[in-house]
Design a protein around this ligand. Structure first.
Ligand SMILES: N[C@@H](CCC(=O)N[C@@H](CS)C(=O)NCC(=O)O)C(=O)O
Length: 237
């Protein structure tokens, strides 16, 4: 059974950097929901696969971020954000838009996953530092081919609604606008040159979207606060 609405959400994630946990934090910050970041149980839950194989006393969950309230947990970043969207009024209004929103939510996580994997081309589980040189060709290929392909697609998605001057769906903010904002922020941080080129060329709408979304009062306050952890500087995390 889920605990009371007043109880804060607990976000389990690795310490010290934004990572995929940031997708969830951006939603929680925008809706003004109370939450706490927890890192200690992340070690207990996920290190060695305890949570994954059902030995952590929670519903089997593959990898963080994991959102918890009482004895309810939900995992898999895009699903966590959609779950919060349902609770806090961040779903699109129209049936068709709901499915397109989920399509783009998934696309954004595919994009992040691909970028992330390029930093771990030799061993997907080992750290980036141990494979820096060997994985550089994978990163270069991602930046040269996949990053532009994804950003052009996302530009087209944005343009498809109101000429790209507002939100992704209809006239209201949804969880997918917030996911896109985070994906663009981490792109700009990880690949500043590629982002600069894209912004001046084929991603002008995305660039303006990033600026206006970042200026939303609650998000701007969050990004300027010490609650907002830095990006790791590798792996689009
Ligand atoms: N598809 C999952 C991927 C989760 C994921 O890969 N989490 C990373 C941190 S961002 C992790 O700790 N992975 C450990 C592992 O895959 O063993 C999601 O989007 O939440």
């Amino acid at each position: 059974m889920m605990a009371s609405p007043e109880e804060p959400w607990v976000l389990h994630y690795w310490p010290g950097f934004a990572g995929r946990g940031e997708f969830v934090r951006v939603v929680l910050e925008e809706v003004g929901a109370a939450y706490v970041n927890k890192h200690d149980l992340c070690m207990e839950y996920f290190h060695g696969g305890k949570a994954r194989f059902g030995d952590a006393g929670i519903y089997p969950s593959f990898a963080p971020p994991l959102l918890q309230k009482g004895d309810f947990t939900v995992c898999s970043t895009g699903v966590v954000c959609r779950f919060l969207a349902d609770k806090y009024g961040l779903m699109p209004e129209k049936e068709q838009d709901k499915w397109h929103a989920e399509q783009i939510n998934n696309a954004i996580h595919d994009y992040i996953g691909e970028g992330n994997h390029s930093f771990h081309g030799i061993d997907p589980i080992a750290g980036y530092d141990g494979q820096k040189e060997a994985t550089q060709p994978y990163i270069d290929r991602f930046v040269a081919t996949r990053l532009p392909k994804w950003l052009k697609h996302l530009e087209a998605v944005l343009k498809a609604n109101n000429g790209g001057k507002g939100f992704l769906f209809g006239d209201k903010l949804t969880y997918v606008d917030l996911a896109l904002l985070h994906a663009l922020r981490v792109t700009a941080s990880q690949f500043p040159e590629a982002w600069k080129e894209a912004s001046a060329d084929y991603a002008k709408l995305l660039s303006a979207f990033k600026d206006r979304m970042s200026a939303r009062p609650k998000l701007a306050a969050y990004f300027a606060s010490d609650r907002c952890a830095p990006f790791a500087g590798a792996s689009m995390m």
